[in-house]
Design a protein around this ligand. Structure first.
Ligand SMILES: Cc1ncc(COP(=O)(O)O)c(C=O)c1O
Length: 382
């Protein structure tokens, strides 16, 4: 068998006619940037997330940057980011001129550790007396791998210390936290539609969703050259727009997303069951959530991880590591002068985690084959 980590071709084959006809409609109407297909997708996605506004932008990184900027984050401010995420979460903070403050993760969920978050916020506030003003302004919880971060404690810390909460939902389209759709719990939420995401475009794309009307108007204006009319610009903005083809493709795919999420969940539970007899630690969902398994991340021993990966590769099974270097340990953040000991959980996880193939169209027999090969690897004495 040959099993990729993610198979976008299988997904396209299952919706080919709908996609092809949506794309040809965009082309025949020359609705290439913005326009009716983008507007229609924005309305559907806002309602899907349970919020009033959705602004389509160029990509998920821009979504985070624009949201932070319009929540008032800038030079001299500080923003908390979990130590385990894709670099874009932290990059967006730096793009505003603010400083990234990393917080370690919970070793079971791989999302931000809410106890360490509160300790970090308290210690920043203690510093306030020595500084002229409080610099800590926001928290970015990331719903990593499609697993909802524990929003209630995060939101209450945000409220208590007057911090904005920006959800990085790039990997969690459609996930549910205590009956609420991910994307509707913070001040603003940001999505990526990078092709491999659970809701992926056929190129780059992103969105910001919020209930705040005033903020939505400003962010939309900024993302489109600061314009209020074609050549009437209230301010200097940027060019970060969702294009018509992506809007139409996403509109088609959004209708299938609930079914795809259910299939991902079904695949995850089958993996959980079949991997019980192995030494791998499967992912855990916190209580009262519906994760959408953007990735299925297991944990093994440091000394086995690459050997297992090589073994599975030799059996035609692709795997990934998300992410092999925890954010604070990247060269990109050497300037913060923090060590691996400052983030023991994120550091250890980065050495032990492995992502197994996960996508809606993954077949039961493929999961069975992967689990069997993992057992064979262990049987060979690892
Ligand atoms: C957690 C997370 N945040 C932000 C982003 C950035 O999204 P984009 O690649 O669309 O800029 C990604 C994309 O991979 C991501 O996984």
């Amino acid at each position: 068998m040959n099993i990729p980590l993610v198979d976008l071709k299988r997904q396209y084959d299952s919706i080919k006619e709908e996609i092809d006809s949506a794309m040809s409609e965009v082309i025949s109407k020359s609705a290439f940037v913005g326009g009716p297909f983008v507007e229609s997708f924005e309305r559907s996605f806002a309602s899907f997330c349970g919020v009033k506004h959705c602004i389509g932008v160029g990509n998920g990184t821009d979504a985070l940057f624009i949201a932070l900027k319009y929540l008032g984050i800038g030079e001299g401010d500080e923003v908390i980011v979990p130590a385990n995420s894709f670099i874009a979460t932290a990059e967006a903070v730096t793009m505003t001129g603010a400083k990234v403050v990393f917080v370690d993760i919970n070793p079971k969920t791989y999302n931000i550790d809410v106890n360490k978050l509160e300790d970090c916020v308290k210690s920043r506030y203690a510093l306030c007396s020595m500084r002229s003003a409080n610099r800590l302004k926001a928290i970015i919880p990331v719903h990593l791998y499609g697993q909802p971060a524990d929003m209630d404690p995060i939101l209450s810390i945000g409220k208590k210390y007057d911090l904005k909460v920006i959800e990085d939902a790039a990997q969690a389209h459609g996930a549910i936290y205590k009956g609420r759709r991910i994307g509707s719990t913070g001040d603003v939420a940001c999505f990526s539609f990078y092709p491999g995401k659970n809701l992926g475009a056929y190129g780059d794309g992103g969105a910001i969703v919020t209930d705040n009307h005033e903020l939505a108007v400003k962010m939309r204006m900024y993302a489109n050259h600061g314009r209020i009319d074609k050549y009437d610009h209230e301010l200097e903005g940027v060019n970060s727009r969702l294009d018509g083809l992506q809007g139409a493709i996403l509109g088609v795919k959004l209708k299938h997303l609930p079914e795809w999420s259910e299939k991902r969940r079904r695949n995850a539970y089958l993996y959980n069951q079949l991997l019980k007899e192995t030494d791998l630690t499967p992912p855990v969902e916190i209580s009262d959530v519906k994760a959408v398994y953007h990735l299925y991340v297991v944990r093994t021993r440091k000394e086995w991880r690459y050997k297992l990966q090589d073994y599975l590769r030799s059996k035609g099974i692709a795997t990934g590591i998300h992410y092999p270097i925890a954010l604070p340990n990247l060269k990109a953040y050497a300037r913060l002068k923090q060590t691996e000991n400052d983030f023991p959980e994120a550091t250890q996880a980065s050495e032990e985690i492995l992502s197994l193939p996960m996508f809606a169209e993954l077949k039961e027999e493929e999961i069975g084959y992967i689990a069997q090969e993992i057992r064979n690897f262990q049987g060979e004495g690892s």
